[in-house]
Write a protein that binds this ligand. Structure first.
Ligand SMILES: Nc1ccn([C@@H]2O[C@H](COP(=O)(O)OP(=O)(O)OP(=O)(O)O)[C@@H](O)[C@H]2O)c(=O)n1
Ligand SMILES: [Mg+2]
Length: 434
């Protein structure tokens, strides 16, 4: 629910990109009153805003949280921006007896205050004076527009006052409504300040665009020209973004773009001879909540590709094992085509593997293979416990450990053949007969 408060306002030329902005710009401020917005007003936030009002410092919600609220989504985390410097904030919180935690962000202007058992990350408005494509040297400012100017995308460059007033210097709200992902000012410059923004562009494209395909040609050109800058970005940061792209909307379109614009080799993705397997798998997993690695595995040809990917992106052990498992088994571990029990090979695999996450991995493989019916069955199947133990075998008079082990293995095979139906007595009688 938005009400137009103050209509058009002119914006003067901005630093570095004046020619574009000699055109009249509009700053529309609006009032947001939505349940998601109201739900943010906890005891902690109320005390925080009162303190800033009392001390005459401006405080607003910034960036991604504003975007989410305007989209009718309650943000996962809320960042705050203020005109107060970190020193002013520290004095203010100290004299109000408010605890501050995690002082690592202070260099970049971020103070984390703890009120009513809630943490609030508050960052002083800033200009990025120098950037090296990863980090920035910052200078504090009290100019909201200057802070908006150094942000990546127009939809991420807005502020929201606590009375619901929207401060939107770069038409972010229009872009959000029109589902357009645009960089603030020149795409080249924004990307060169932080190359990770190339992947952020793709991620937000997946998040807000309804129908894939349209891009600003200048943006695509800037991405292609700067793609190699991603080579200097840490694997961990890349993996965080790439995972979100893989499980977001329009993954097929976006991964094709990542290859077409030559971004892929700079983020550790191999160059398969074709994207055929990926095209099939990205269709197979639609709506299945597949894990990022399940989709990514379709770009990896051999197990060595998983190892190389891990070296670059520092994926977790679990992710690596899933990748290795899919690449190894995707062609051989398939449904039994000539049987009334198509799921049996997968179930046998789980029983044999005896690893706690084997069934989760098999479910991911079924998603990869597009076996939706079998996936449903598998999700409802609980692993039957093998009914015979070493102790049971000892009780029928066999004491050699080696013999017990061999017998257990034989009985296990019998049990599997019976479709896990044979019970203890029946299995033990098989020993007695042999
Ligand atoms: N490389 C980046 C990262 C962040 N930002 C700015 O910092 C804000 C907060 O960043 P972050 O929390 O990382 O992303 P969000 O946009 O909030 O997205 P998410 O919902 O995933 O947290 C962004 O909205 C954007 O204004 C930026 O300009 N450039
Ligand atoms: Mg955020």
């Amino acid at each position: 629910m938005l009400r137009l408060l103050c209509p058009w306002k002119r914006r003067g030329p901005g630093a570095g990109w004046s020619s574009l902005y000699l055109l009249k710009r509009c700053l529309c401020t609006m009032k947001l009153q939505s349940p998601e917005f109201q739900s943010l007003f906890t005891e902690g936030l109320k005390s925080l805003t009162e303190l800033f009002v009392k001390e005459n410092h401006e405080l607003r919600i910034a960036g991604g949280a504003v975007r989410d609220l305007l989209n009718g989504v309650k943000p996962q985390d809320v960042d705050f921006a203020t005109t107060a410097t970190p020193t002013q904030m520290k004095e203010m919180f100290q004299s109000a007896g408010i605890r501050m935690i995690n002082n690592k962000g202070e260099k970049h202007g971020t103070i984390t205050a703890r009120l009513h058992e809630e943490n609030f990350e508050i960052t002083t408005l800033r200009i990025d004076v120098t950037t090296d494509g990863r980090h920035a040297e910052v200078e504090f400012t009290t100019d909201w527009q200057k802070d908006a100017e150094r942000r990546d995308l127009t939809i991420n460059s807005m502020f929201l006052g606590f009375d619901g007033t929207l401060f939107d210097y770069f038409n972010g709200y229009e872009d959000l409504k029109n589902k357009k992902v645009r960089f603030v000012g020149h795409a080249h410059q924004r990307i060169q300040e932080d190359y990770l923004r190339i992947l952020r562009y793709f991620r937000f494209y997946g998040r807000i665009v309804d129908k894939p395909g349209e891009h600003d040609p200048e943006t695509l050109e800037a991405i292609a020209e700067n793609a190699k800058g991603l080579a200097g970005i840490s694997g961990e940061r890349i993996w965080v973004e790439l995972k979100k792209i893989l499980v977001g909307n329009h993954v097929n379109h976006l991964i094709h773009l990542i290859y077409d614009l030559d971004v892929a080799p700079h983020i550790g993705l191999p160059t398969p001879s074709s994207l055929e397997e990926f095209n099939q798998v990205s269709k197979n997993v639609e709506g299945c909540s597949a894990k990022p690695m399940t989709i990514l595995a379709s770009l990896l040809k051999v197990q060595d590709d998983v190892t190389k990917l891990d070296l670059r992106l520092k994926i977790s052990k679990e992710e690596k094992n899933l990748g290795l498992f899919i690449v190894k088994n995707r062609k051989d571990l398939v449904k039994a085509s000539d049987s009334s029990e198509p799921l049996k090979p997968y179930q046998d695999f789980i029983i044999d593997s005896r690893e706690p996450d084997a069934s989760a991995r098999v479910c991911e493989l079924l998603k990869y293979q597009g076996e939706r019916g079998l996936l449903k069955e598998m999700e409802q199947w609980s692993i039957p416990p093998f009914p015979v133990s070493g102790h049971d075998i000892r009780k029928v008079g066999i004491s050699s450990g080696k013999e017990i082990g061999a017998l257990l293995q034989q009985l296990r095979e019998q049990w599997k053949k019976s479709g896990y139906q044979m019970e203890k007595e029946e299995l033990l009688s098989y020993i007695k007969k042999t």
